[in-house]
Structure formats: C-alpha cells, structure tokens
Design a protein around this ligand. Structure first.
Ligand SMILES: C[S@@+](CC[C@H](N)C(=O)[O-])C[C@H]1O[C@@H](n2cnc3c(N)ncnc32)[C@H](O)[C@@H]1O
Length: 283
C-alpha cells in the first residue's frame, strides 16, 4: 500500500470503529435496526430511475465503499442481493454485525476499489457508490475501469456524490472556496472530529483528490460507460461536514451572496450545488 493510501486506510479504520457509537445521529444504528433507512432523496430517486421504478428486488448490487453499510441494509431489505465492498476491515466487521442485528444477508468483500478482485468480474446489475467516495481516489481511470469490470454488460453505475464545488469549500461562514476545482492533485488535510461528529475524539491526516465533473464523466466514458443521467442538487437531506443544518423546509443548503440584485436582505442567497447524481450503463 502506498503512503497516501495507508494514511487514508488508517483514517477509515479509526472512523469505522467510532461511527455509530454513542450519540451519533448521523450513523444512528438503533434506528436502522428498528427498520429506518438513511437513504436520502437523491439516492432513492437514483435507484428508482436506474431500475425504471421497479426497485432493486432480485438485483445483484455492489455497494462500493460501503463504510458501515447503512444503505446496504436498506437495499437488502428491499430484496437486493448486496455485496458490500470496502478497504476497511473494521467497517466490514461492523457491517456484518449490523446485518445480523437487522436479520438481512449481506456479503462483504475487503478490497481497494481501484483494483477489485477478478472473482467479481461481470457479477452485478448495479454498482452503487455514494457520498464521499471519489475524493479518496487518486486514479479516477483505475476506479472507473475496476468498477466497470464488476458490472454485467448492460448493468449500471449509480452514483450520488459530493459535488466538486462543495469540495472547494474551506469555510462556510464566511464562504471561502480555497481548494481547487478538480485536477486530481493530492491535498493533505490534518484535523480532528469526523463529518458525522465534529466533536469526536479522533485526530487524523488524510490525502484527498479533487475531481471535477468533466474529469469524472470522462473517466467513466473511457472505462466503457454510456452516461444516461447527470443531475446536480442544490440541497441535501442532512447536515454533514461543512453543510449546515436544515432550513425551514427540512433541506440543507449552502447559500452564496444575496439572492436579491436589489439588495433586499430578506431574500436568501442562491444555493450552491452540493451533490450530483450520475447514472451510466456499461456498454
Ligand atoms: C465517506 S465513506 C462512504 C460513505 C458511505 N457511502 C455511507 O453511506 O456511509 C468512504 C468509504 O470509502 C472507503 N474507502 C476509501 N478509499 C478506498 C479505497 N481506495 N478502496 C476501498 N474503499 C475505500 C472508506 O473505508 C470509507 O468506508
């Protein structure tokens, strides 16, 4: 494992033991065990769209970079045969315990997603990857080719991911966007806490890679995907990382400037894109 991947692997091992413990509202495992789902509106809509409204029942789904696998549980409960893939052994161990508590079967595979095992080749109807997946990936072409390889011909990649404009943000208040819009060059971050719990007693160094929409789509096309849907979202279902808590309508946004050219302070600023949905078919 190269040094950057080793840093990131240590980080995720640490977060995998911490998340879902104590008063973690973000990874509320008790709620999941009682039957709740953590899937947001864009993820639900993406699966609906990819399956033509039929849902995931009966489909073989690879949950790529699954972390604790909350969405794995939701898809398994909906009747999918789910394989959760992550390079964190701790995350997969926690996922297996959660699956047992939820009385669903989920297969786990410990692997780097840039180099998935040959045994998974052409095995899945859908590869599902969401929220905070690509920023850990130095080589987008390798990731797309590896994920494309495990999808059956005619199967689909369903991705709901942080928008590259969101990953440019250093601080929200004031809004300072100091990180590059893509390019893929390594950025080293040091900090404490986690996106799910800013007060968590966790100290870390990570190496992350900004990729813009053009780079992501182009890597997908090079890997043999045909893009069928790309949508940008200016709202999301829950606060995470730098995204503040919900507005009056229950959705979270980051607003930019004044929404009123006349300077009316009662008009809210324009919301930035926070997430995007990408659906692509392996041709
Ligand atoms: C932000 S989490 C994904 C969140 C997840 N979608 C959820 O719903 O909780 C990122 C995950 O990517 C995994 N990861 C990071 N780099 C990886 C790599 N190169 N190969 C496999 N997994 C990786 C981490 O272990 C972590 O579980």
């Amino acid at each position: 494992m190269d040094a950057a991947t080793a840093h990131n692997h240590d980080h995720w091992e640490q977060l995998a033991s911490f998340h879902g413990t104590g008063d973690d509202d973000y990874y509320d495992l008790d709620a999941i065990i009682s039957g709740a789902s953590r899937m947001g509106k864009p993820e639900i809509a993406a699966l609906e769209r990819a399956t033509g409204g039929r849902g995931v029942a009966g489909l073989a789904v690879a949950h790529v970079q699954s972390h604790l696998g909350l969405d794995s549980i939701t898809m398994a409960r909906a009747g999918a045969q789910v394989t959760a893939i992550d390079f964190s052994a701790t995350a997969l161990q926690r996922l297996r315990e959660l699956a047992t508590s939820c009385e669903v079967e989920i297969r786990t595979v410990e692997s780097d997603s840039r180099d998935l095992p040959d045994s998974l080749t052409a095995s899945f109807d859908l590869a599902y990857a969401t929220i905070g997946v690509l920023c850990w990936i130095d080589d987008l072409d390798a990731w797309m080719a590896s994920v494309a390889r495990i999808i059956k011909p005619g199967g689909q990649l369903v991705m709901v991911e942080c928008h590259p404009l969101l990953t440019m943000i250093d601080t929200v208040s004031p809004l300072i966007m100091d990180f590059p819009y893509g390019g893929g060059d390594a950025l080293v971050f040091c900090g404490t806490g986690t996106y799910a719990n800013r007060d968590a007693d966790v100290t870390w160094t990570t190496v992350q890679y900004p990729h813009n929409l053009g780079e992501i789509v182009t890597a997908g096309v090079r890997a043999g995907f045909t893009l069928s849907f790309l949508e940008e979202h200016t709202e999301c279902d829950y606060a995470m990382g730098k995204i503040p808590g919900p507005e009056a309508d229950g959705y979270c946004r980051i607003r930019l400037g004044s929404g009123s050219p006349q300077g009316d302070p009662t008009v809210p600023g324009q919301p930035l894109p926070l997430l995007f949905t990408l659906i692509a078919t392996k041709t």
